[in-house]
Ligand binder design. Sequence first.
Ligand code: CA2
Length: 146
Amino acid sequence: MSLVYVLNGPNLNLLGKRQPEIYGSETLADVERDCRVLADELGLSLRFHQSNHEGEIIDWIHEAREGAVAIVINPAAYTHTSVAILDALNAFEGTVIEVHISNVHKRESFRHHSFVSLRADGVIAGLGTEGYRLALRRVASLAAKA
Ligand code: CA2
């Protein structure tokens, strides 16, 4: 089974509890459940994590180097600030897909730049929490071709 890490950055633990007009009403637990159902269908094994701490996210990226085929990451605000997460992703050899629930390009200009996009193989933004599932479908289709 291909192993995939799904990583979520700061404040995403509040998903579904605040600002539903931007991020929708699904909680992160709902997202994880839906990802796990789909991963089972696609034959993927999932590690799903969220942290409000940059170093913890970096540790999971390092862990993914030991056997994961892909990282699906919503780095949240670290998208726009973290060279450290970019450096960690640059040391990962598999597929990296960056996901944003909102369309960051329709929002404040500071959200238009992503350090993570310098490494990501693909970026999904503005498709709501469905973006995570679309990313998993892409990972499965790449794994099938490998
Ligand atoms: O659209 C996305 O997924 C973002 O990565 C979400 C980040 C934001 O900083 C990025 O620019 C775009 C914010 C995550 C915070 O999530 C919350 C969810 C509900 C309530 C409060 C925060």
